[in-house]
Ligand binder design. Structure first.
Ligand SMILES: [Zn+2]
Length: 196
């Protein structure tokens, strides 16, 4: 499965957000602690178990708030954590950083990408070389096409941090994907549907 877990931290305030806690949560919590960071927020890109199975543990250890789009809120087990429902374009802060939540439905209805300056955390919406599956419950190829077009409009220099290590390299850019990723290169839904 090769999931990526990410921590976004402000070195000034030592506050950080944990993106999609799953699998080796204790390892990341230890890393945060060793560097003097406090996990204040959990940013979820969507509700699939391989992105959320560590939420309760992180909440228990840190008391972090849990951010997820309202359409993907079920079946998040947040323990005692406060749940914050995201909407498209909503701005959140982590330390002094401003984070914008972009609703990018297609893989799931509430799939969300998080944009922090020129860093984009894409969950299962955009991978290096491909996009997420649209054939699971809640998936929608039409919505995925529109979501990918929305991401393609971001600054080409934007760094992309996907939810899984499915490509040639772990981190990519919008510009690189626009040139090389068939799901971002296509100009119409009809062409998008033809991609195997
Ligand atoms: Zn998924």
């Amino acid at each position: 499965m090769k999931n990526f877990n990410y921590l976004i931290g402000d070195p000034e305030t030592k506050e950080c957000a944990y993106v999609d806690p799953a699998w080796e949560v204790d390892r990341l919590l230890k890393m945060a602690k060793a560097d003097g960071y406090q996990v204040k927020k959990i940013f979820l890109t969507h509700n699939h178990f391989d992105h959320v199975d560590g939420v309760e543990e992180v909440v228990q250890e840190t008391g972090a708030e849990v951010y997820i789009h309202s359409l993907d809120e079920q079946p998040i087990k947040k323990g005692k954590g406060r749940l914050v429902q995201l909407s498209d374009g909503m701005e959140i802060t982590i330390g002094s950083f401003r984070v914008t939540a972009l609703n990018t439905p297609g893989h799931t209805p509430g799939s969300t990408c998080y944009l922090v300056q020129q860093h984009l955390f894409t969950g299962d919406t955009l991978f290096q070389g491909n996009c997420g599956r649209c054939d699971l419950p809640g998936g929608d190829p039409k919505a995925m096409f529109r979501s990918l077009q929305k991401l393609a409009n971001l600054d080409p220099e934007t760094k992309v941090y996907p939810g899984h290590d499915y490509g040639l390299m772990p981190i990519t850019t919008i510009g690189y994907e626009k040139e090389h990723n068939p799901t971002l290169k296509v100009g119409s839904l009809a062409d998008f549907d033809q991609i195997p």
